[in-house]
Write a protein that binds this ligand. Structure first.
Ligand SMILES: [Zn+2]
Length: 201
């Protein structure tokens, strides 16, 4: 167990850096694309936290509890995504100046951090289904975090904050669709939690 806890703890730490940089940067620069990606990484943080817990507790966590936690997390992320989409709509009617250099830098930090998370999980993912899911997910997140960087570059080049709003809309849409699909796809596992990898060995 301990040999899996260490890479998971490292992934958790890297993800913490990503979400702090993105959320603080997003609020400071009024960058919605950064805030949306930061909130998404906050949800990933909870999922990673439960994995760390599952491999830290001597008796592990039951598959049922892990599933319930992930479902709760997914529903929370969907709810927040809808709120953020509403903010995006408001931004379209009332544009706010965006400090473009911040999403460029924070987006690159976010992409590097998510790539780092995937990198440290690659080894343990070979033999553990739950960690493999996190590994594949964070590989995708590496691309998603480049969104704010692209948005910031377009704002800098054009002087128009609209690009940040458009990218925020795209990222929020991707998060909403992939989360709904993963909840729908895990339906069978929710019914038969004993089939799911958990802290036991
Ligand atoms: Zn994610």
């Amino acid at each position: 167990m301990a040999h899996r806890r260490r890479p998971l703890a490292r992934a958790f730490l890297l993800n913490t850096i990503v979400l702090v940089v993105e959320l603080v940067g997003g609020v400071q620069a009024s960058s919605l694309s950064l805030i949306v990606d930061g909130v998404h990484n906050l949800s990933d943080e909870m999922a990673l936290g439960f994995l760390v817990l599952a491999y830290t507790l001597r008796q592990g966590l039951s598959g049922r509890l892990l599933r319930a936690a992930n479902l709760f997390n997914s529903v929370g992320l969907m709810a927040i995504s809808v709120v953020l989409l509403w903010q995006v709509v408001e931004r379209f009617s009332q544009p706010v100046p965006v400090l473009g250099v911040v999403p460029v830098v924070a987006g690159i930090v976010g992409a590097a951090g998510n790539w780092g998370v995937a990198r440290v999980l690659r080894e343990p993912a070979r033999e553990d289904a739950a960690i493999r899911l996190a590994y594949v997910h964070n590989l995708g997140d590496t691309l998603l975090s480049l969104g704010p960087a692209v948005a910031g570059a377009l704002v800098l080049a054009s002087g128009r904050p609209l690009f940040d709003t458009v990218v925020a809309l795209v990222i929020a849409g991707i998060i909403l669709v992939t989360t709904i699909r993963s909840v729908a796809g895990s339906h069978e596992e929710l019914l038969w939690p004993e089939n799911v990898a958990c802290g036991h060995e």
